[in-house]
Design a protein around this ligand. Structure first.
Ligand SMILES: [Zn+2]
Length: 148
């Protein structure tokens, strides 16, 4: 039944003597639209996320798109409960720390990072901040990490 319908439809279309102006406009419109969409929605868009590891374990995960400040609880250098050791700043896609409790403040001096693969490390508090890039598929999910 379905095949017959399709055949009839094909006959109807091919039976037309000439393409009308409107048909060309529709076809042209669809072509232009699909062309534009292929640019608007790339197949594999990359995005980034900020991951904070404390003592080698992932402790926080932040969006790099959202400007904010987050208190980070690093490992206490001499034991005890983990104190708030850093303030993580995310601003305009750049990530940096302030209010570091460590003596050398090397982590603050590392400055701003904004690319996947870049890291900020605080050795005394065992804090590692890194930007991870991943691919976004059409569903918006992020299954495959690109950079580790
Ligand atoms: Zn530090």
């Amino acid at each position: 039944m379905a095949m017959d319908n399709r055949r009839n439809l094909f006959k109807k279309i091919s039976a037309r003597p000439l393409m009308r102006k409107n048909d060309l406009l529709v076809i042209g419109g669809v072509f232009v639209l699909s062309f534009a969409l292929s640019f608007l929605i790339p197949q594999h868009q990359t995005a980034s996320i900020v991951i904070v590891e404390v003592d080698g374990r992932e402790a926080y995960r932040f969006s790099i798109q959202k400007d904010s400040e987050y208190p980070i609880r690093g490992c206490h250098p001499v034991g005890g409960t983990n104190p708030v050791s850093h303030t993580l700043h995310i601003r305009d896609g750049q990530v940096y720390v302030e209010d570091a409790q460590c003596r050398d403040k090397l982590c603050e001096k590392m400055g701003k990072i904004d690319h996947p693969g870049q890291i900020i490390v605080c050795v005394p508090y065992k804090v590692l901040i890194r930007i991870e890039g991943y691919q976004v598929n059409e569903n918006g999910a992020s299954p495959d990490a690109v950079t580790r």
